[in-house]
Design a protein around this ligand. Structure first.
Ligand SMILES: C[S@@+](CC[C@H](N)C(=O)[O-])C[C@H]1O[C@@H](n2cnc3c(N)ncnc32)[C@H](O)[C@@H]1O
Length: 362
């Protein structure tokens, strides 16, 4: 194994030895109390129980569209695969099983917390793997370091992982109170709170509309600007309350009226998504990946990308179609591949996934 960040990966990451908080009762509700889910390997019965209910244990991520990805990208023995978004390593470990010891996996992720855990888990496999704590926009830069002429497969599963959403300290979820951070990469300078408290009303409004089609973008940004003049907005639930007020809703009443079967989007979902995309410049990174990918693929190489956002899917579709027109790609998915009902029932987080692929000429 080798790694750009040169960190020693021979030992497991040392856990922070803090006393776990006690709670009364048998049904832990908040993130801290779910200590069994944090150590799910030791509690397989709990994992099975949660999975049967369509839930994801807080310390894990369920890979989506796995069968479809393997059947279209066809990883084979000895191939070089770059997983641009290794996350929990679910897709990566499936690739590793197919490329075997003669192959090589190159794993990117900007999130150091998860990368360390995944490095530890995947290092047990008998397949050479290199980890880069780096933005996938840089996949071309590591070819020389790896002494390879290109990748057989470029794969990306863009967006956030379940571990990132479920951890209130990451500030990505409107369901839990936490600091409004939203950075996947903690080396980034500006958090969600920084952007919310410094961008102009026009900039925020444009982002909420263009990145997430939030219909009440003007009302929400007007309230943000009025409120931040009195108190900076620093917590997720502060922003949630504000969005509800801008929409003329009352949080408590909305929670009571919402049934467990209700599939309507949470009123804060669009604003949170837009702010997260902005903080992490997700469209900028995707654009750069799409630009460099064809030059990093070997002849006959395949690229596959999963996205969860219509704007991202549009970019991917356009880039692949332009690629065919320009002769950069030979074949592309005609339509986005989406999860079957069975997968959505067992993993509701897969519901908005869209997968597209393209093949480089021989
Ligand atoms: C949906 S998760 C991937 C899950 C993974 N496929 C699995 O099976 O566990 C997306 C991951 O991509 C990472 N990520 C998002 N944008 C990135 C970027 N521009 N460069 C590198 N990693 C990125 C996130 O930190 C997150 O861990």
């Amino acid at each position: 194994m080798n790694a750009l960040d040169q960190s020693d990966n021979s030992n497991p990451p040392s856990p922070n030895r803090r006393r776990r908080p006690r709670y009364s009762g048998t049904h832990p509700k908040n993130y801290q109390q779910k200590y069994k889910e944090h150590n799910i390997i030791s509690h397989p019965e709990l994992r099975d129980h949660l999975r049967a209910k369509g839930k994801t244990p807080v310390s894990t991520h369920i890979p989506v569209l796995t069968e479809e990805i393997l059947s279209y990208l066809m990883p084979g023995p000895g191939e070089v695969v770059v997983d641009c978004t290794v996350g929990y390593g679910g897709h990566a470990s499936e690739f590793m099983k197919r490329i075997g010891p003669a192959g090589k996996l190159i794993a990117f992720d900007v999130d150091n917390t998860e990368l360390e855990r995944t490095r530890h888990r995947l290092s047990k496999e008998n397949v050479p793997v290199s980890f880069y704590r780096s933005n996938f926009a840089g996949i071309a830069n590591v070819l020389n370091k790896e002494k390879i002429d290109g990748y057989d497969i470029i794969f990306a599963d863009i967006g956030v992982s379940s571990m990132q959403i479920d951890n209130p300290n990451r500030g990505m979820s409107y369901k839990h109170d936490g600091p409004l951070d939203m950075r996947m990469d903690d080396r980034l300078k500006r958090t969600g709170a920084d952007l919310l408290n410094t961008l102009s009303e026009e900039q925020l409004s444009k982002a909420f509309w263009e990145l997430a089609d939030e219909p009440d973008h003007q009302e929400i940004t007007h309230l943000i600007v009025t409120q931040r003049a009195v108190h900076p907005i620093t917590r997720t639930l502060q922003l949630v309350q504000l969005i509800f007020s801008a929409k003329g809703l009352i949080l408590k009443r909305w929670q009571q009226q919402r049934t467990s079967k209700s599939s309507s989007l949470h009123p804060a979902a669009r604003t949170f998504q837009a702010l997260r995309i902005l903080v992490n410049d997700e469209l900028g990174s995707l654009g750069e990946l799409l630009r460099v990918a064809p030059y990093c693929l070997r002849p006959g190489g395949r690229i596959g990308i999963i996205s969860f956002h219509s704007g991202e899917d549009r970019l991917i579709k356009q880039s692949f179609r332009d690629g065919v027109r320009n002769g950069i790609y030979r074949l592309v998915a005609q339509n986005a591949i989406v999860p079957q009902i069975k997968e959505i029932v067992s993993n509701p987080r897969s519901a908005s996934a869209k997968f597209r692929w393209a093949v480089k000429p021989l």
